[in-house]
Design a protein around this ligand. Sequence first.
Ligand SMILES: Cc1cc2nc3c(=O)[nH]c(=O)nc-3n(C[C@H](O)[C@H](O)[C@H](O)COP(=O)(O)O)c2cc1C
Length: 498
Amino acid sequence: MAQLPKIIQGGMGVGVSNWRLAQAVSRLGQLGVVSGTALDTLFVRRLADGDQGGHMRRGLEAFPFPAMARRIWQEYFVSGGKAAGVAYPPVPMHQQKNTRTLIELCMVSNFVEVFLAKEGHKNPVGINFLEKVQMPHLASIYGAMLAGVGYVLMGAGIPLHIPGVLDALAAHNQAEYKLAVTGAAVDRDTLMMLNPADYAEGPLPLMTRPRFLAIVSSNTLATTMLRRANGRVDGFVYESPTAGGHNAPPRGKLQLNEAGEPVYGERDQVNIAGLLELGVPFWLAGGYGNAEKLREALDMGAAGIQVGTAFAFSRESGLRPDLKNRLLEQAAVGAGKVYTDPLASPTGFPFKVAQLDGSYSDAGVAAARTRICDLGYLREPYVTPDGRTGYRCAAEPVENYLSKGGKIEETVGRKCLCNALLANIGHAQTRKDERVEPALVTVGDDLNTVAQFLEPGRSSYGAADVVRSLLSLVAEPDPAEETTAEAELPLAAAVSSS
Ligand SMILES: Cc1cc2nc3c(=O)[nH]c(=O)nc-3n(C[C@H](O)[C@H](O)[C@H](O)COP(=O)(O)O)c2cc1C
């Protein structure tokens, strides 16, 4: 059996865990994970910025369907990059049935991100998706699989039907995924479908079925996944409420502390003995970004840890350098503040926000932003009074949301995460009035502990510094040995091309 990674570098969307970060981590024999969230829009914006370094082009040249790759390049590449102050081109918002162009863009952009993360080494790379962002799933997963992704990790929902999707797509068979549509009767057709044969331009490559890790917040959810998933679940990442990004809501009635943050209690703690009984590998996440915590996790029987915040501040991550530096400066003196915002995310899940003047966490900046919904990844599909499928987001202009049957109380405090997360990585949209979309940085409660990775006199650190530091109290085989082991992965059941 191949060695499992002790460290999973957690998926961080949008584009914080990009191909550079994942490649740096996987090279060292741990698991680098790219974020698959909104990669289609991110890809278009990279091309509109002139494809600095030529990396997107290199990825496109490796894509197995060259005519498709050419179409996307011709549509979106801007030689020398768009002028400052000019808006990025729009990407259509996802729906139950997407246009061919959008499906192709998803496939290609996910392929390129994984392809680049895998360049120059033979170790596995993973991709992370949010279950709640369902509409791009099938094309995105297929694109990542065409690039040979080794692991698919998914949380923020209950991904019961992803294992079956992986099985179907590994054989280049048609895959189906049921879209959650609010108000839909049981017999309503909410299926999304992808038939790879409709996109292939020639013989299809041999593919292996990636391992599937479900990101869960409770023992119950892990048990449900094992009982009810439509295929193999290879392991779990158990994420506690201190983790960066979205958090599961507390169990029971929502209670807020004086600052307005959700209060978590005993019932929100994982039962490790229970996880061990399930008999599948698991990794612990949320405040595990130091050497002692890795040793503690291994001693308890975990396969290892998943770490996000520490990697988000490494040089390789996609986070904008100015934001990274300001927060690192705060962390270095223990002044970083993180707020668990129960309202910000249109998903309704609590979302961790680093408090940073001039960013969207600043009440003045939030109040000054004009609501607009033009990316739509978090839109909720619903049945309209005349029986069609409509799409709404609690962060869109309030009158639009209300006209779609949304409730006023659901709009309060909501923030446009789609635009903010792209702003975090240097691809903010510019509006007609030349306003630029504000950033909203998410980090874990342990923000201040990242200062441990800064060597004396240094103001930055790399992903390798994090990996080295985390492993400093445990024995770890040479990454080169890991590579050999991976080549013998028993799970990699190759299928013949169709
Ligand atoms: C900037 C940032 C973005 C994140 N985005 C995602 C995401 O898109 N999907 C996901 O499953 N988890 C996401 N997470 C959670 C991480 O994958 C990881 O589980 C978590 O950061 C671990 O806890 P830690 O922050 O204490 O290290 C994000 C975390 C951070 C810090």
